[in-house]
Design a protein around this ligand. Structure first.
Ligand SMILES: Nc1ncnc2c1ncn2[C@@H]1O[C@H](COP(=O)(O)OP(=O)(O)OP(=O)(O)O)[C@@H](O)[C@H]1O
Length: 329
């Protein structure tokens, strides 16, 4: 992705710069800056309370940022965009029938695709005449997904879409999301706590920790910039040959030393060195929130000044330990 430029803007579905949200004294999202190529499926991962829903709501234009800006498809910040947001609580009118709910979707959306919406509802065996308030949680999720997909949006923002779906429904949704991205060029940004869903569905990743971006970019490139190192080690602590790399996490059990590192050059010594799985990289980063952030070249935005950022909130800038890691990926 090294040759990418932001020329033409529209190759980036989402660009956020200096994005922050403060609720009273507490920052839910801080200094987020990354971009997401159009037509990709991106997983948004992070511990509870790390700011995923807040970030999605700001990108959806539902929550005004305290600092920074969101740009969608190269359009000026704040311009109306063709996106659909499926919130975690999936708000629907309980007194409407499923059919009435879809009709409302049709009336509100000029590009409405009734066939897609109906297919999603029918494959869950949900009767069109059923009242939404009488459906199970998973069935309501399916209706909400039908509404989101029926809009045929360019950008689909999903907050834990799989959370209450049964395994078959989740599998079907995964197929649908990937097909939409491939066939319609839809960009999908979805938060999830299911690392295996992220591994099977997503080609991009954004990891949040305490409201900040910890990892962002193409999953292949992120994996390629990490190594899992194992071997025998007789004394406590990280061996000097390993400590010269960025050590995300290390542990010694008995005589067995294991570390997830970002190598800066060859790993010397009698170590077994392998490329980690996505799950290994994610878990290590979730357990080690102090690791410097890593953004691939494709995910980085220039450090352009943001609208209302740092001048009004000088406490935003103090954090040198959060300096981004230099990398050639
Ligand atoms: N409307 C609000 N008013 C005050 N604080 C809020 C509000 N919404 C979110 N927060 C706070 O912002 C932080 C981030 O919350 P957010 O819901 O964005 O996290 P999340 O990563 O989506 O969490 P989860 O995985 O539990 O869904 C939390 O500390 C939360 O308490």
């Amino acid at each position: 992705m090294g040759g990418m430029t932001s020329a033409g803007g529209s190759r980036w579905a989402v660009e956020v710069r200096g994005l922050g949200k403060r609720y009273r004294r507490r920052w839910a999202v801080r200094e987020c800056a990354f971009r997401l190529p159009a037509g990709t499926v991106c997983g948004l991962v992070g511990p509870n309370g790390s700011g995923k829903s807040t970030l999605l709501s700001m990108i959806a234009g539902l929550v005004p940022p305290t600092t920074g800006s969101v740009r969608l498809r190269g359009a000026p910040a704040g311009a109306p965009v063709d996106s659909a947001f499926l919130a975690q609580d999936k708000p629907l009118f309980p007194r409407f029938t499923v059919e009435e709910t879809l009709r409302l979707g049709e009336e509100l959306n000029p590009r409405w695709d009734q066939a897609v919406a109906e297919r999603i509802v029918r494959s869950g065996a949900i009767p069109l005449h059923a009242r939404v308030g009488a459906l199970s949680g998973g069935q309501r999720s399916r209706v909400a997904l039908a509404l989101a997909f029926g809009k045929r949006p360019g950008l689909l923002l999903l907050d834990e879409p799989m959370a209450d779906l049964d395994p078959l429904a989740a599998h079907e949704l995964a197929g649908l999301l990937m097909a939409e991205a491939a066939e319609q060029g839809t960009t999908v940004l979805m938060s999830s706590h299911q690392l295996s869903d992220v591994a099977t569905m997503c080609d991009q990743l954004v990891v949040l920790g305490e409201g900040r971006v910890r990892l962002a970019g193409e999953i292949d490139a992120l994996l390629a910039s990490h190594r899992l190192v194992t071997g025998a080690h007789l004394v406590e602590g990280v061996p000097p040959g390993i400590a010269r790399h960025t050590v995300v996490e290390s542990r010694t059990v008995g005589r067995q030393f294991t570390a997830l590192i970002r190598p800066h050059g060859p790993v010397e010594g009698e170590w077994k060195v392998a490329e980690p799985t996505l799950e290994e990289v994610l878990l290590a980063h979730l357990r080690s929130p102090g690791t410097p952030p890593l953004l691939t070249v494709g995910a980085r935005v220039d450090a352009a000044p943001t609208e209302k950022a740092d001048a009004a909130h000088p406490e935003n800038t103090e954090n040198t330990e959060n300096a981004e890691e230099e990398s050639a990926i």
